[in-house]
Design a protein around this ligand. Structure first.
Ligand code: ZN
Length: 331
């Protein structure tokens, strides 16, 4: 197969996977559907020969909005940026809450992904992305590592973010580059030295993520900056599922699954995390201020494996928290 034919084949697999994912989740969860579920994304719009990104809001009855289109996107001001500005101005911190800002924002106009000159971009522009290493016992063991006694943190650069549907371009010349399906926490209110019991009030919502990792460099560099930091090594869902400040994610009723070419590779309960979400937020914010829109990749369960050109990686959640699916071809 020529390169173009190959990439066309991959893209058609992605499109049909996205469509079937959207259809099945919409059908299966109707009885548990929450009314007025709020999602935030970003779209890249081309107008008059110039491209720009804008923040969009979507309301659903609980089902995830799919990149397959057919949803109305409301163009609003960026609630995360506004929350950072309010927090920086020293105003009432309760006002600096992306959830409330997103719900009440004025719709400038409506756009559609079917417009043709409109495509999904990563749904947030964080000031930083914190990763958590070895946060599932069975995953630490599969790579021959001990579970750390405190959360093991690393950074991923914001430039690594990739939207669902876009291709993960493997850098050449490395032996093993792995997928790592993960739950990603999106920070809401600014968090500085928060206690674990207050941590849920600093969460704005959730994404699915893939913490793509070059094992060669992870071993040879010692530091993980290059191993985790290539452009495109941070694919995330197309939309943040926004949750009210203080809402506690029922981790024991939520599963995370990763498929490669529709073969199940990872399937774990979020309750299997070694350090839970409040502990992570408390531990990180003791060291550095978490800003609205910052991301925490909370670690990957067992079942990671090498990526190769032509594959399609899909990360989904099921159970209590339905998230926007993440689907990326590998080139
Ligand atoms: Zn990871």
């Amino acid at each position: 197969m020529g390169e173009q034919a190959e990439s066309d084949a991959v893209m058609s697999t992605v499109k049909s996977t996205v469509k079937s994912t959207v259809k099945s989740t919409a059908k299966g969860d109707v009885k548990n559907a929450l009314k007025n579920t709020l999602w935030i994304g970003r779209v890249r719009v081309r107008e008059d020969g110039r491209a720009r990104e804008q923040v969009v809001r979507v309301w659903t009855d609980g089902a995830a909005p799919g990149p397959a289109g057919g949803v109305t996107l409301e163009w609003i001001d960026d609630p995360f940026q506004r929350a950072r500005e309010i927090a920086s101005a020293g105003e009432d911190p309760a006002e600096a809450d992306p959830w409330s800002l997103a719900r009440t924002a004025t719709t400038h106009r409506q756009v559609s992904l079917e417009d043709g000159d409109c495509e999904l971009a990563p749904p947030v522009r964080p000031s930083k992305i914190i990763g958590v290493g070895r946060n599932y016992r069975a995953h630490a063991a599969e790579l021959g590592n001990e579970v750390p006694s405190a959360p093991l943190l690393f950074f991923k650069p914001p430039s690594c973010l990739l939207a669902s549907g876009q291709a993960i371009a493997l850098p050449r010349g490395y032996e093993r580059i792995d997928f790592e399906g993960e739950l990603v926490v999106v920070i809401g209110r600014r968090a500085r030295a928060v206690q674990a019991e207050d941590a849920w009030t600093h969460v704005a919502g959730y994404l699915l993520g893939d913490d793509v990792s070059c094992r060669d460099l992870q071993r040879s560099d010692g530091q993980w900056t290059r191993a985790k930091g290539f452009d495109g090594f941070g694919p995330v869902s197309g939309f943040v599922r926004m949750t009210a400040p203080g809402w506690r994610l029922p981790v024991d009723e939520t599963r995370l699954q990763t498929f490669v070419n529709d073969e199940p590779r990872q399937d774990a309960s979020l309750a299997a995390m070694v350090f839970d979400i409040p502990t992570l937020i408390a531990h990180i914010s003791e060291c550095m201020t978490l800003e609205p829109g910052d991301l925490i990749f909370t670690g990957t369960p067992e079942g990671v494996g090498p990526l190769s050109t032509g594959q399609v990686v899909r990360v989904v959640s099921s159970g209590a928290l339905e998230l926007a699916p993440l689907v990326n071809p590998v080139v």
